[in-house]
Design a protein around this ligand. Structure first.
Ligand code: SF4
Length: 254
């Protein structure tokens, strides 16, 4: 598997911070995490919103895009699939209601940024970029999960931070904000670009990049309980005794 050690993105950094060994499994050995219901629903919703914003301005069509984009992988039964389908439907019904009142124009979706910092290439893909009537910009990341810590400071988010930095450095967007759109809660939380500490964010990426470059892949056992590899990892602190763990089929289109 090709692995460019000097190319960094948020998913890589997040994985390394969760467990360096997990990073090695995913990005150097090419092992697949597989889909579980929450991640499969996330793929369906992201796909539906991308297609909707690319092709339609009519919120009444959003659920039809959801049906077209629905991904049935990662569920253990038809009943579980239906349960998650209905969850997603509820999220998108509320999303469509907001669409009728939206004052911004959607400039682009799934847009990639890339910029250099010395020998490091930092890149990312942003779900949606809006332009406001006053000329300012908003970069938006959809969060479809329901395990959100709303007490966390949004300006501490490495993900939103690198998006704010990327929008400014790669696209030269001067004025704007970065937002998480929590679809399960119908809630948007934003912070202006300048409220993120750009230097600290880039430094953090590079600090992790240097550890990857040095091939420091010590396991972090505090993450095992949530890890998709807990049944297949020799270092796992908590192999799951249940036979029906996450779907490791490798059928992950994301
Ligand atoms: S099971 Fe534990 S040690 Fe193994 S990759 Fe996952 S988090 Fe790391």
């Amino acid at each position: 598997m090709y692995h460019d050690v000097h190319e960094l993105n948020f998913s890589k950094i997040k994985t390394y911070l969760e467990c360096p060994l997990l990073y090695k499994y995913k990005y150097m050995d090419g092992r697949k995490e597989g889909l579980v219901p929450a991640s499969s629903l996330g793929v369906s919703i992201h796909r539906a919103l991308e297609e909707y914003h690319r092709n339609s301005n009519d919120p009444s069509e959003l659920l039809a895009y959801y049906d077209d984009c629905w991904l049935g992988a990662g569920y253990k039964s038809a009943g579980e699939q239906m349960e998650y389908y209905l969850k997603g439907q509820k999220m998108l019904e509320r999303y469509a209601e907001r669409e009728y009142e939206r004052k911004t124009s959607v400039d682009s979706t799934e847009r990639e940024f890339i910029f250099q910092e010395g020998k490091w290439t930092l890149r990312g893909k942003i779900d949606r970029i809006d332009k406001h009537p006053d000329g300012s910009w908003e970069v938006i990341d959809y969060k479809t999960g329901d395990d959100i810590d709303f007490d966390a400071q949004i300006t501490d988010s490495l993900q939103l931070g690198i998006y704010a930095v990327g929008a400014q450095r790669a696209w030269n967007l001067k004025k704007g904000k970065a937002s998480f759109y929590f679809t399960a809660f119908d809630k948007v939380v934003s912070a202006p670009f300048e409220s993120f500490d750009a230097k600290a964010i880039v430094d953090k990426f590079i600090e992790v990049g240097e550890k990857i470059e040095a091939e420091l892949f010590e396991p972090d056992l505090t993450h095992c309980q949530q890890c998709a590899f807990r049944n297949r990892c020799a270092q796992s602190a908590c192999p799951d005794p249940e036979p029906d763990g996450p779907d490791f089929s490798g059928n992950n289109p994301a």
